[in-house]
Design a protein around this ligand. Sequence first.
Ligand SMILES: [Ca+2]
Ligand SMILES: [Ca+2]
Ligand SMILES: [Zn+2]
Ligand SMILES: [Zn+2]
Length: 206
Amino acid sequence: MEEIRRAAGAYYQHLPENNKELAKKTFAAMDKNGDGKINRDEYVEYLKKDNNTVLTLPSLFTALDKDGNGSLDFNEAIVLYYIMQSGRAIICQSCKTFLAGAYFSCSECFFNDSVSSYEICCECYGGKKFTHHDGAIFCDNYTLLCRSRSATQAAPIQKRTKVLNILKKGLQVAGITSSDLEGISTDIGDGIGDGEGSSKSNCSIM
Ligand SMILES: [Ca+2]
Ligand SMILES: [Ca+2]
Ligand SMILES: [Zn+2]
Ligand SMILES: [Zn+2]
C-alpha cells in the first residue's frame, strides 16, 4: 500500500489548482457530518451511491486508514481519490483483496478486447489458488505494461488505434491515469495516413 500512497501523493501535488479543488469537494461530499474525516459509514454510503462495489470492500477501507483510527483524514482519502480517478480499483479475482502492489494478469485475456482481464494476487498465483481457462499464461503487471508498449511499436500504423486502446487498459492496470496518454493519442493520430509504404513492406517478399 505504501507504493500506491506515494503515487497518490505525487499525483495530488501534480494536479492543477482547479482539480485540487475538485478533490477537496469530493472529500467534503463524502464527509456527511462535516467533522473533517470520513468514517466507515460515510465511506460506504458515498461509494454505494457511486455503484463502486469494488471500493466498498472492507479490506480497502482498512488499507486506506493508515493510522488505524477508524476514519480517513484528507491525506488518507487522497489515496482513494487517486484509485478512483486512475481506474486502479483492481481486486484479486480469486480472494477479492485489493491489489495495491505487484500482481499477475492472464496475458491472453489482457490482450483480447472482447473479454475482461483477469488479475490475481501473488499469493493466489504462487499457491495456485485460482481457476481460469486452460493454457493461461500469466505476467506480472509491469511486464504487461512493457509488452503493451512493444505491441504499439510493432503494429502497422493503421492498427495502432486498436493497440493504443489496449495500451490504455495496460496503463490503467499499472496505475497510470489515461489523461497522461492524451499526448500519445495525438501523435499517433497525426501519423495515420502516411503509413502506406511501411504496411506494404510488411508482408511482401518482392
Ligand atoms: Ca465525517
Ligand atoms: Ca485514519
Ligand atoms: Zn488473491
Ligand atoms: Zn485468461
